[in-house]
Design a protein around this ligand. Structure first.
Ligand code: ZN
Length: 136
């Protein structure tokens, strides 16, 4: 029988309406402090207008990504949702609210160009990400 899961929560203050924030280093710090060498890391963003993705941390690409999401789901006053942020809910739902990644050698097992991002679509806000680390 393996060890119990380690449950943590990360808080992030976003600064813009739309923004990508690289969480990789902070998640690796949580894995390190939990002392887990091998296992799974499940991440869940606890909001309806933010998402989690895995992609490349290149500034031009981050800009392209956010601009493309806005072209796909424009800010449009005709959404029925009364908060004025219908576009943000739809963009977040298209990308998804969770990621499950492997832990190997005490860090997230990612490809050379992969990072884990929080994607803000309705900032600035404080965002919370639930982290569940499952030792193998
Ligand atoms: Zn809303």
């Amino acid at each position: 029988m393996g060890a119990d899961p380690v449950l943590r929560q990360i808080a992030v203050k976003t600064r813009r309406s739309d923004e990508l924030i690289d969480l990789t280093a902070e998640i690796n710090r949580e894995i390190q402090s939990a002392g887990i060498r091998t296992g799974l890391c499940h991440l869940s963003v606890l909001h309806t207008t933010a998402a989690l993705i895995v992609n490349e941390a290149e500034p031009g690409l981050c800009e392209d990504f956010l601009a493309t999401m806005t072209r796909l789901v424009p800010v449009d006053p005709s959404y029925a949702h009364p908060d004025g942020n219908g576009h943000a809910h739809i963009k977040a739902a298209l990308l998804g609210s969770s990621q499950t990644l492997q832990i190997r050698d005490g860090v997230l097992h990612l490809g050379t160009w992969q990072s884990v991002f929080l994607v803000e679509f309705d900032g600035p806000r404080e965002r919370h990400i639930a982290v569940c680390l499952i030792p193998a």
